[in-house]
Design a protein around this ligand. Structure first.
Ligand code: FES
Length: 166
């Protein structure tokens, strides 16, 4: 797969990932493996997993929707989380979110068309003193302002180009 492209589902690869766990494996561990590979849980995967483990499809679906770690929709390579908790809100996180939306062209819960970024809002990241906070993947950006948004996002696009060249 090229970076930025939607992850193609290879049925044989999917079956390999699922069967590597054995028929007695826990549902969550198999879901985690598939989520890790594709960054989401395609419906086709849920069907195969439920058949292989012998659990109802409705159960696989329930678990997949219950845990935040799982997604039923394709996700971007990087997740951008803008904190909208009270401490960050009073310090201007709404304007940061507006700028992120402007730069990426998506709303919270959506993924960019190139599958590079998924935008989310959160209610507190546990670092209120540094607010307003935005997290891109695992990197914290404290005292965020709208003018810092574009340079922060550009860094991840640059990473993508460097990896492609290397
Ligand atoms: S409210 Fe944003 S980190 Fe706590």
């Amino acid at each position: 797969m090229e970076d930025g492209e939607a992850m193609e589902l290879e049925p044989s690869e999917l079956a390999e990932i699922i069967e590597a766990h054995g028929p007695g494996a826990s549902l969550i561990s198999v879901l985690e493996a598939v989520q890790s590979r594709y960054r989401y849980l395609p419906r086709q995967a849920l069907i195969l997993i439920s058949q292989y483990l012998g659990v109802p499809l409705s159960q696989a679906h329930s678990v997949a929707t219950f845990y935040n770690a799982f997604s039923l929709r394709p996700r971007g390579r990087y997740t951008v989380r803008v904190c909208m908790g009270t401490a960050c809100h009073v310090r201007g996180s709404a304007s940061v979110l507006a700028e992120v939306q402007h730069q990426l062209g998506v709303k919270p819960g959506e993924t960019t068309a190139d599958h590079q970024f998924t935008l989310e809002t959160v209610n507190c990241l546990g670092a209120c003193a540094l607010g307003p906070i935005t997290v891109i993947e695992d990197e914290y950006y404290g005292q965020m302002t709208p003018s810092k948004v574009e340079p922060a996002l550009r860094k991840y696009c640059a990473c993508k180009r460097q990896e492609a060249a290397g």
